[in-house]
Design a protein around this ligand. Structure first.
Ligand code: NDP
Length: 321
């Protein structure tokens, strides 16, 4: 059975940043890509808010750069999915990881960077215009819609926050809520309702996103009256929640009711020794590439310190022995 000092699960900005730091610390990290190598950023187009790219960069290209940077220091990037984990509660012990349901490997430290997936409505048209008018992140993509009209779907805090953010850039923001009330907190709801260029349509379902090469409107239906209309808009923002990719850790790692991993505040430390959680898998608030990268760095530094402590303990035991 292969034994590794450090295995990183996931290849978004958190995973690759962890790999860069771990490789430079000579931990010889092995990274498993998961089914979507590069993570969520590979589904976006221009990234303009990651420091260091004054002209912006395409998401997939940025992830390729991060991969190359990680490999330059000796990271072993493997295409594969960690399908099962048997994480040890004993400090210094190996954690067991099953890859693609077939191979089992051992890892002294595990850095989790499995990310989160934005939830989508599941419409064909929504998929067709992904990156061409459809987005699940206003902070990432809102700027491209400056001066244009947009529609936001969702009635939770995310939708309220995205609508308020977009209202500063766009002349008109229409929010579609399927129920007759908000799910968002009162304060966020009030903020939206007080913003003059936001219109909220309750009891409204999205029928389809319309357009040719890019989005030109959103066809909606009032689920009480059956009345349909097409709202002219160049952007369609889906804000109906995220799901962290943490199912394989259920019952082993502490997580909240949505599945976000719980870390000790200000660290990447989970409830198990040698297991560190980074990126969107543990971040329900910021969910940005740069914050994910920062937490990936934290995870790697903590893994390095953990291994160092462990090695010192083994050395001390050998001297005593
Ligand atoms: P939520 O689960 O809170 O809200 C999701 C919203 O999307 C609901 O209004 C839901 O409608 C709607 N929705 C779900 N599926 C569909 C669908 N298929 N079609 C139409 N509408 C749909 O998710 P959020 O991402 O908003 O928030 C997640 C958590 O993060 C919450 O705890 C929130 O408080 C927190 N958060 C906090 C922020 C802050 O404090 N600044 C900012 C953002 C999030 P329905 O009500 O009918 O189910």
């Amino acid at each position: 059975m292969e034994k590794h000092k450090c295995v990183i699960i996931g290849t978004g900005p958190a995973g690759y940043t962890a790999a860069i730091y771990a490789a430079r610390a000579n931990l010889k990290p092995v990274v498993y890509t998961g089914l979507e190598p590069g993570g969520q950023l590979t589904t976006t187009t221009d990234v303009e808010n990651f420091p260091g790219y004054p002209e912006g960069i395409m998401g997939p290209e940025m992830m390729e750069d991060l991969k190359k940077q990680a490999e330059r220091f000796g990271t072993d990037v493997r295409f594969g999915m960690v399908t099962k984990t048997e994480l040890s509660e004993i400090p210094g012990e190996y954690h067991k990881l099953t890859i693609d349901e077939t191979t089992t490997i051992l890892a002294r430290t595990v850095i989790i960077a499995t990310g989160a997936s934005a939830q989508y409505l599941g419409l064909e048209s929504e998929k067709a215009f992904m990156g061409h008018g459809v987005s699940a992140c206003a902070i990432c993509d809102g700027f491209f819609f400056k001066g244009l009209n947009v529609v936001v779907v969702g009635g939770g805090d995310s939708a309220a926050e995205e609508a308020t953010y977009l209202a500063k850039l766009c002349p008109k923001v229409t929010v579609l809520i399927r129920k007759d009330h908000w799910k968002a907190s009162k304060i966020m709801e009030e903020r939206v309702m007080k913003t003059p260029n936001i219109e909220v349509l309750f009891n409204t379902d999205t029928v389809e996103v319309v357009g040719e090469k890019t989005v030109t409107g959103v066809k909606v239906k009032n689920n009480q009256t059956g009345e349909e209309q097409t709202i002219p808009a160049e952007g369609f923002f889906v804000a109906i929640g995220h799901k962290p990719n943490t199912d394989i850790f259920k019952g082993q790692l502490d997580m909240d009711s949505t599945g976000y991993l719980i870390t000790k505040p200000g660290t990447a430390t989970t409830n198990l020794p040698g297991v560190f959680a980074t990126g969107d898998a543990q971040d329900r608030i910021y969910r940005q590439a740069v914050t994910a990268a920062g937490s990936g760095c934290m995870g790697a530094l903590e893994a390095e310190r953990y291994l160092q402590e462990f090695e010192e303990e083994v050395e001390a035991a050998q001297i005593v022995g």
